[in-house]
Design a protein around this ligand. Structure first.
Ligand code: NAP
Length: 499
């Protein structure tokens, strides 16, 4: 689709009364609407509870009230929303959903284009996809696309089963598996920083890079998601998708063009080169943690095991650190360290690329060694890049001191960068699947993660809880790097806004 062409579609949101719809989907659609990026469209909201169209409009309006003070605009936008009370497990009700879809298609002239957004618990994904096919909703003259939220399965087996079910109704290129990290401005920027700069690409390999560190930390605990999290844990919730996706973007070869297929196939090659970690090796490469009580903002917070819907003897990890090795020509010998966890010191997602030391340090013979060059990519909450270099320390002697060059995204554009969901919805409406995960990526990342979870499920961790709330995780995560002569760069000090 041409860049200035406006997409037209009927969007069906399954789970339209849920948290995701209200917090992310309605506001993102509204922003696209306000920016005049949408052609004709209508939305059918689907959930079980009984609501009139007017009540649904009120709920949509409420969820976008922070976006604008223009009440007319809100009204105009909400009037395109229709509600259908429907239990997705009830086969009888899909026929009436199809009838409404056809009416709206005619009324708004939507060319039979349909997007089915599954903003619901994953156990329903397969059933819904099958019904969409059986009951004729996918039988349309326009395009049909399925947007599916994470988690995509619980392990490789369940992911395969789910994929098989949805493939009965949609082809691979009609399936948009959301990983909202891929919609983030600075995650998309990884590719541009690498492939548009003569400065970095020649150095982007094992000759010049010592190690790469990816940290995604949260300050929140499990909140009300205890039931889900008990079965998931940080490995499945964060590593299988977001963390491995960021690593694949950092490690991929330059694609021959920016088409969806070319970029995805380069990412898949990274997953294929990822060294499998199995059985007794797991403890040498991966560390798990679970938060204990502690102080956050001077307030006492409970341990994971004391949270609602959590087993008081839970073996679930709320923190993971790992060393990934990519066994190909470019990356042989360079560790990619990842860590992610809940109830950590700061909410931040950052990538630190540490370059190798220069062969000889001329300037700091008395005062210790020169600092390595670092490229820091700030993903969230700040967005930007900092490059740490060395320059002459002011004064009589020829000593070096670290200096930083910094670029903060917001400062340059003067605009708030679009939310990940806004970008991804727009991509999907335009038929661009580049920033969604292909089945091959999902399958390969599950097979990597399954080896680790198998060991962790069979060997209860005796030391849980092993990190205090408000810390940067267990000591074993520091030891993991120390034994390689590395250490975690303190991400809380590498703040782009402070530069
Ligand atoms: P949620 O708040 O629990 O909403 C679930 C929705 O599904 C509600 O609208 C509920 O409405 C509807 N529903 C439940 N059972 C149904 C049935 N049998 N038939 C029809 N509708 C049914 O969940 P959520 O937080 O929005 O999450 C939705 C999905 O997004 C999940 O896959 C989650 O993992 C993923 N996700 C969410 C977020 C987030 O920020 N919330 C972030 C990333 C991913 P009724 O009760 O009225 O039926």
């Amino acid at each position: 689709m041409a860049q200035n062409e406006k997409p037209t579609a009927l969007i069906m949101i399954f789970g339209a009364t849920g948290d995701l719809a209200k917090r992310k989907l309605f506001p993102s659609l509204f922003r696209l609407y306000e920016k005049n990026k949408l052609g004709d469209f209508a939305v059918i909201g689907v959930a079980r509870r009984s609501l009139s169209n007017e009540e649904f409009h009120a709920s949509v309006s409420q969820s976008i009230h922070n976006e604008t003070s223009d009440q007319e605009k809100i009204k105009e936008f909400s009037s395109k929303f229709y509600y259908h009370s429907h239990d997705v497990t009830d086969s009888d009700s899909y026929a009436s959903l199809n009838k409404i879809a056809e009416e709206l298609d005619n009324h708004y002239q939507l060319n039979g284009n349909r997007i089915f957004y599954l903003a619901m618990a994953p156990e329903f994904f397969g059933t819904i996809a099958e019904h969409l096919k059986i009951d004729g909703l996918t039988d349309t003259n326009g395009f049909k696309r399925l947007v599916i939220e994470k988690p995509f399965g619980h392990d490789l087996e369940s992911a395969k089963k789910l994929n098989k079910q949805i493939r009965t109704a949609f082809s691979e290129d009609e399936i948009y598996r959301i990983d909202h990290y891929l919609g983030k401005e600075m995650v998309q920027n990884i590719e541009v920083i690498r492939f548009a700069n003569a400065l970095f690409e020649p150095l982007w390999n094992n000759r010049f890079i010592s190690n790469i560190q990816v940290t995604s930390s949260e300050t929140l605990g499990v909140e009300e998601r205890g039931r889900y999290y008990e079965k998931s844990g940080a490995l499945r919730d964060m590593v299988q998708n977001h963390m491995l996706q960021m690593v694949s973007l950092l490690a991929m070869e330059p694609p021959i063009s920016l088409t969806t297929d070319e970029i995805r196939s380069e990412k898949v090659r990274v997953f294929r080169a990822l060294r499998p970690i199995k059985g007794s090796e797991v403890k040498d490469y991966f560390v798990r943690g679970q938060y204990d009580k502690g102080l956050m903002n001077e307030k006492e917070v409970p341990a994971y095991r004391e949270e609602d819907m959590v087993n008081p003897e839970s073996n679930t990890e709320t923190f993971v650190a790992g060393k990934l090795m990519i066994d190909n020509f470019r990356w042989a010998g360079v560790p990619f360290y990842i860590r992610t966890g809940k109830r950590m010191e700061a909410k931040t997602t950052k990538i630190v690329v540490e370059f190798k030391d220069i062969p000889m340090d001329l300037y700091n013979r008395q005062e210790g060694s020169v600092n390595p060059n670092l490229l820091v990519i700030h993903i969230q909450p700040e967005e930007g890049i900092t490059l740490y270099l060395n320059a002459k320390k002011t004064g009589q002697y020829m000593n070096s001191t670290p200096v930083k060059l910094s670029y903060a995204n917001k400062g340059i554009d003067g605009l708030n960068t679009p939310e990940a969901y806004e970008k991804l919805l727009y991509d999907c409406l335009r038929g661009d699947a580049t920033n969604f995960t292909h089945w091959d990526e999902v399958a390969l990342s599950w097979s990597f993660v399954d080896n680790i979870s198998e060991v962790w499920e069979n060997e209860k961790e005796q030391n849980f809880p092993n990190y205090e709330s408000g810390s940067m995780g267990p000591k074993a995560a520091d030891d993991l790097l120390e034994k390689e002569g590395h250490f975690w760069w303190p991400v809380t000090n590498l703040d782009v806004e402070k530069c």
